[in-house]
Design a protein around this ligand. Sequence first.
Ligand code: ADP
Ligand code: MG
Length: 673
Amino acid sequence: MPEAETHEPGLRRGRSIRYRLLAIALLPTLVILPLLLVATMARWETVRCSPDSKVNADLTIAHQYLARILENTGEHLSALTGSVAFREAATRDGGAGLAAYLEENRTRLGLDFLFLVRRDGVATEPVGLAGQGRLRTDWPVFDAALAGEPKTAIDIFSQQELAAVSPELAARAKLELVPTPNAVPTDRASETRGMVVHSASPASLPDGKDAALVGGVLLNQNLVFIDTINDLVYRAASLPEGSQGTATLFLEDVRISTNVRLFEGKRALGTRVSAAVRQTVLDEGRVWLDSAFVVNDWYVSAYEPISDSFGRRIGMLYVGFLEAPFARAKTETIIGIVVAFLLVTAASVPIFLRWARAIFKPLERMTGTIAKVEQGDLGARSGLTDGSDEIGRVAVHLDSLLDQLQQRDRDLRRWNDELNDRVAEHTRELELANRQLEATTKQLVMSEKLAAIGEITAGVAHEINNPIAVMQGNLDVVRSVLGDRANDLSTELRLIDEQIHRVSQIVTKLLQFAKPEEYAGYVERHHVAGVISDCLPLVQHLLGKADIEIERDDGATRQVLMNRTELQQVLINLIVNAIHAMPDGGTLRLVSRDETRDGHDGIRVDVEDTGIGMTSDVLARIFDPFFTTKRRQGTGLGLSISQTLVRRQGGALTVESEPGKGTSFSIWLPEAN
Ligand code: ADP
Ligand code: MG
């Protein structure tokens, strides 16, 4: 199989599997793990650690702290009104020591004011109050206390109301407004109102009239309060490094207490909140959880509205922290995770690749082996002997299959060779049989022809014999009638005699050829040289016509056993053919030798000429009766008769010839014993 098919173009051999395995193994690490990480981080942030949720929790803590302050203030007042000391101070000497008592407790409880209010709205004798004036008595906390319920709320006191309580308080509340970008535009230059933790507790007086003990804390510029909230919410290490927690109390949109710094460490009191926050929190009464630009930086912020005892939204509580460090911390975390992931990948991928190679190696060996086998190397084996894992087992299996394959291939080849041998053998036998058949057919044809010729010749010869006998008889009659006169005609009569004799001789010869069994003459021993010498005068006239030289070499010592006339006939046939083959002259060699063939002693006679020779086509047919190339001159019987005569004596007539060079006929006859 072509290289291309197993090692496909550019191939992909093995690689596709390698990459697929790699993908399978690395998918969890490279794709799913990062996705999981991202998802986990996202979820973790929303659930636990997002800045928004943290700031929300912070706001809750601040809110609870504020509520706790309200609660504590109320409890302190209730404890005071219920105490024996209070009652004693109120009753003894017609309440002369009450003022001192209340002032003492105001200081102790950290209140900005503390006094007793009667139902008719008249305050007690000035108690702990620097200023004098008519106090407002329509506060819901008063009403509740006079009705017997202690109550604490946050209320907004106007400048006059504050001044009525204490001019010092009014002064402390006043804040210059700082122009703030993004805030709702305003004409006011200062904030003179005060935000107050306002608490009232029912108190019974010795005269039996109802009264309420009222106390409060001004929150404007109350830095202790706001720093406490900040410390509580943003304890050490609760924020990422570099971040900063902030808490602020707003009266409407004005920062009246905050730890947010302006420049040079100055607190940002008097600055105002952005219009967007104001809209959401104060106007709509919703909690704001988002980043907001606070004074001079972005903060993750939480604002919630604060309502007074009338249920009006009169301010906001804010907590928040710088956003930038959080974002930085988040980025650092992500970078850390990514770096860790890359490190893990960088460490694990080579390890995986090494393991993977241990898997691919045998696979590649097997692929290579299969490719070799496909290219014809049936002896190729993967050579893996460790069958402990699946691939190893496949390799061992593959090798054993290849063994079987090779064995089958060998068997097939052997069978094929055997088959080929057998076919070749049968073909040879067939060829041989064919040749034999051909030869036999040839012989049969020749025998048939000879038989037919024999029949015809015999008939013709008998027909000729009778007229000849008549002619001979009549010639004798003519002689006897003529008597002595016959001498005058002696020459003519002798010629007639001779010719009649010749005709009779020819007829006899024909009959000898046709029915050799009947006409075979007696056989005698001869030296061949003598017979050759007797033949030459008979062909003398032919030799004379063409310029032919005769060479003789009579080396034979043995004698042959054959009818002399027949031997002569064979020799004359061959000599005449040789003369015919040399019309322009040449050399006729007549050689006789003793020769032993196949263990039989015999004599060989060669008749060689330097004539025209024969092509192989002619050579193949010269012993056929009637085959001639001489048209009218020849009968085509000479060689077939000669062969018949020689074979009858147990001899053989063979020929060698080359066109243009000459021909050599050989007669071999067994020796006469
Ligand atoms: P014929 O001589 O009447 O043709 P043969 O049987 O004697 O018949 O010879 C058959 C043929 O063999 C000849 O016609 C001739 O073609 C060929 N042949 C025989 N002897 C020779 C020879 N010595 N050289 C060349 N051709 C020969
Ligand atoms: Mg002839």
